[in-house]
Every structure is written in structure tokens, then in C-alpha cells.
Design a protein around this ligand. Structure first.
Ligand SMILES: *[C@@H]1O[C@H](CO)[C@@H](O)[C@H](O)[C@H]1NC(C)=O
Ligand SMILES: *[C@@H]1O[C@H](CO)[C@@H](O)[C@H](O)[C@H]1NC(C)=O
Ligand SMILES: *[C@@H]1O[C@H](CO)[C@@H](O)[C@H](O)[C@H]1NC(C)=O
Ligand SMILES: *[C@@H]1O[C@H](CO)[C@@H](O)[C@H](O)[C@H]1NC(C)=O
Ligand SMILES: *[C@@H]1O[C@H](CO)[C@@H](O)[C@H](O)[C@H]1NC(C)=O
Ligand SMILES: *[C@@H]1O[C@H](CO)[C@@H](O)[C@H](O)[C@H]1NC(C)=O
Ligand SMILES: *[C@@H]1O[C@H](CO)[C@@H](O)[C@H](O)[C@H]1NC(C)=O
Length: 350
């Protein structure tokens, strides 16, 4: 979806190419045209688009089963019977961040890779790509990070400049980690699902036990995951950021999980193409899990005393400039102590 909106710009990148770039974008769902940049001068006779899915999600808990599927999404030249697809894995652990092949198999068969039960060891970047045996075929690779939640990380990361995780092209925002009070060295890292690399966040500032990074939303626009880590592999929580081009509507929503019972304010933001001003005082439609939940006249919506049922994918729509990207709102159960206290209170009631 994002790609279709930056198509105009990316088309410039495929100058001189025999491939009909429009068709790549039409069928793409969201990912990875990294090689477009590096291969601008190359002559491709065919296009192949890979796709990777996981059942059930890329952000999981230990102990569950995950199935990663790597397939060809489109194959105009019928290369699937001649070419191998590969599933790569780059381990999460900073000391072992080396890309290696997990499975290599004829593309027509597809790859289905089962992790059961999932452990912290399985974390890392998974890439679905070809084996490079047909240089005339432009193959779009697909990257995802598999993240296994830690129950109570000692460092916590958040967006400190805004109360949202979607940013317009050219906007500047800051993310910051609160670190534990000891001597451990931490770095702020990020993973860009467009490029597929884990890199250290640039422009870092450290002050006391706080590590911050200021970022400008710019090409390559993507879903970017931020976290802090130690050389030994200890990590903070993860933060999802969407940086976007061409889209003039953004949803303002909590970037981190919200506790059950809290109120959550959503705002629909619109950036005016002419004035570049960001406003939210317009009639907006809000959606959860692709279904319309509210039409507002003010551009904002408060979810009161949220429960697990409010969890899901949200977006909003501007009357002229259309929908925003989607963001997850995750609702967390209150910690046990509170729960226990609540139960006690209930019991005490006459
Ligand atoms: C692309 O391929 C065509 C035909 O195969 C060839 O004539 C042309 O020179 C090539 N262009 C580049 C930039 O390699
Ligand atoms: C690929 O296969 C389909 C169905 O067999 C056929 O219609 C199409 O012409 C083939 N494409 C190429 C480029 O060979
Ligand atoms: C993954 O591939 C397996 C085997 O081909 C298939 O049974 C399963 O439905 C696929 N799962 C998804 C989520 O596509
Ligand atoms: C991604 O990582 C690979 C391997 O470390 C490196 O060769 C490549 O230059 C990196 N790409 C970017 C855009 O940082
Ligand atoms: C990040 O986004 C994914 C979906 O794209 C979602 O499953 C996950 O819960 C999000 N993580 C956080 C920390 O919000
Ligand atoms: C953008 O701002 C201009 C000038 O204030 C206004 O005329 C125009 O209607 C605005 N566009 C949108 C889509 O709100
Ligand atoms: C919601 O929007 C209205 C109209 O723009 C504004 O008056 C109100 O303060 C907003 N509410 C919040 C909580 O921002």
C-alpha cells in the first residue's frame, strides 16, 4: 500500500530499465524495493516478487509455534521451476549477526519453515530471496524481524517528542531509552523492513541513564523497529515506527502497549500539501480491524477504559486525502498486584 503512494518517486529510480515498474507496484503489498536503487542500470527481462508470511505473528511469546512461509508472489516469466528460493536468517544476538541460509528449495514448491516451540534463540531477521542464479530476473526480496517478547525488560524505549508512531516525510522525531542504573553499555538499534538491515541509530545523545536518537523521516520509508540492546544481547521493549511518503494523513495513537482500564485518545492528523501545516480539526472516520468504528466531526476519538476487545489495527480517514497507514494498539492486562487488589476489593464488598 505504501509503495503505490511513492511510486512516482521510485519510478525515477528504474530509469533505463526494461521492466514495467508500474506492474511491480500494483501487485506489491508493502515491501522491499531495496535492489531497485542498487540496480538502476541493470537490464531485467522479468520480475519476480517474493512474499513471506508467518502464522500467527512476528511479535510472539516463547513456547508458541510459528510457521514462516516464503513463496513467489508473482512470477511473470515462469521461473519458479528453474530457480531456488532461499530463506535466510540473521540472528538477533549482536555477536552472531551473520546472514545464513536456513532453507533452499525450488521456488515452485515454496518454503514452509516451522519453529516449534519458539524460543528467544529464534529471534532475528528472516529474509525470503532467490539464489541469484538468474541475473536477468529482478527478484524483490522480503524482510521481517521475529521478535520474542521479554516479560520485563530492564530498559524501556518510547517516542519522546510526539504521542504517535506515524510520521510524515520530512518530520523529525525523537526516540529515547531509559536505561537501568548500572554500568552496562547500551546501543540504540533499528531494523528497517525495506532495507532489511539492523543498524545503530545515528545522531545519538546520551545523558545520564537515558539514550536518545533524533531521526528525520525520509527515504527509504518503511516500518522501522527501534530498541536498545547490550553487547550481551539484553534488550529493551520494541517500538514500531512508520515513516511515510506521499501520505498526507497520519493516525496519532499510543506507540506502546496501553494498560487495561486507561483512556486512549486517537487523533487524525492531516498535513496540507500547500501550507505544510498539520491540523486535526476536520471530520474524520476511525477504523479498527478494517471496520468503521466512528465518524467524528472533530478529528479525535477517545476510547474510554479500554479492554482487550479494543486491541487491534487502527487507521483514520480524511475526507479529501483518504486513509492513514495502520497502527497497532496493544492492550496489556494490569500487573498481577493490581489484579489481586481488585479481586480483594470485590471480595470485601458487602
Ligand atoms: C538492455 O538490453 C538490450 C537488449 O538485450 C540491449 O540492447 C541494451 O543495450 C541493454 N541496456 C543496458 C543499459 O544494458
Ligand atoms: C507462463 O505460463 C503461463 C501458463 O502456463 C503462460 O500462459 C505464459 O505465457 C507463460 N509466460 C511466459 C513468459 O512464458
Ligand atoms: C504455509 O505453507 C504450508 C505448506 O505449504 C501451508 O499448509 C500453510 O497453509 C501455509 N501457511 C500460510 C499462513 O500461508
Ligand atoms: C546491509 O548489511 C549488509 C551486510 O552487513 C551490507 O553489506 C549492506 O551495505 C547494508 N546495507 C545498508 C543499506 O546498510
Ligand atoms: C508492531 O507492529 C506489529 C504489526 O505490524 C504488531 O504485531 C506488534 O504488536 C507491534 N509492536 C508493538 C510494540 O506495538
Ligand atoms: C490547504 O490549505 C489551503 C490554504 O489554507 C486551503 O485552501 C486548502 O483547502 C487546504 N487543503 C486541504 C486538503 O485541506
Ligand atoms: C477534539 O477536537 C475538538 C475540536 O477540534 C477540540 O476542541 C478538543 O479539544 C479535542 N479533544 C482533545 C482531547 O484534544
Amino acid at each position: 500500500m505504501r509503495l503505490s503512494s511513492v511510486c512516482g518517486l521510485l519510478l525515477l529510480c528504474v530509469h533505463g530499465n526494461s521492466v514495467d515498474a508500474g506492474s511491480i507496484f500494483d501487485r506489491s503489498s508493502s515491501h522491499n524495493v531495496q535492489r531497485r536503487e542498487t540496480n538502476t542500470k541493470r537490464n531485467f527481462s522479468e520480475v519476480m516478487v517474493t512474499k513471506m508470511t508467518v502464522s500467527t505473528t512476528w511479535y510472539i511469546s516463547e513456547g508458541v509455534t510459528a510457521v514462516i512461509n516464503c513463496t513467489t508472489h508473482t512470477d511473470d516469466g515462469n521461473y519458479s521451476d528453474k530457480m531456488d528460493l532461499q530463506l535466510f536468517w540473521t540472528k538477533m544476538n549482536p555477536r552472531e549477526r551473520i546472514k545464513k541460509v536456513l532453507v533452499s528449495q525450488r521456488a515452485s514448491k515454496g518454503i514452509s519453515y516451522v519453529l516449534s516451540p519458539v524460543t528467544h534463540e529464534h529471534q532475528g531477521v528472516y529474509t525470503c530471496d532467490d539464489d541469484g542464479s538468474f541475473p536477468n530476473v529482478y527478484v524483490r526480496d522480503w524482510h521481517q524481524i521475529l521478535w520474542v517478547d521479554d516479560a520485563s525488560p530492564r530498559a524501556s524505549i518510547d517516542v519522546v517528542s510526539h504521542s504517535r508512531s506515524q510520521f510524515f516525510n520530512g518530520e523529525t522525531f525523537s526516540v529515547s531509552c531509559q536505561l537501568p542504573d548500572d554500568d552496562t553499555q547500551w546501543k540504540m538499534m533499528r531494523f528497517n523492513d525495506f532495507v532489511g538491515n539492523i543498524t545503530e541509530c545515528p545522531n545519538r545523545v546520551s545523558s545520564g541513564r537515558r539514550l536518545s536518537c533524533t531521526v528525520r523521516s525520509e527515504f527509504p520509508w518503511a516500518d522501522v523497529l527501534y530498541w536498545c540492546e547490550t553487547p550481551a544481547g539484553e534488550r529493551s521493549n520494541a517500538l514500531n515506527i512508520t515513516t511515510m511518503a506521499g501520505v498526507m494523513v497520519a493516525l496519532e495513537s499510543p506507540s506502546l502497549p496501553v494498560l487495561e482500564g486507561e483512556d486512549v485518545m486517537l487523533r487524525c492528523l492531516h498535513k496540507n500539501r500547500t501550507t505544510n501545516k498539520i491540523t486535526s480539526n476536520f471530520g474524520a472516520i476511525f477504523y479498527r480491524n478494517h471496520r468503521r468504528i466512528r465518524v467524528t466531526t472533530e478529528g479525535n476519538l477517545t476510547l474510554t477504559a479500554v479492554t482487550k476487545a479494543d486491541e487491534g489495527i487502527y487507521k483514520c480517514r480524511h475526507p479529501v486525502d483518504g486513509p492513514s497507514h495502520e497502527s497497532w494498539i496493544t492492550i496489556k492486562a494490569r500487573p498481577n498486584e493490581d489484579q489481586k487488589k481488585k479481586n480483594d476489593d470485590v471480595i470485601k464488598m458487602p
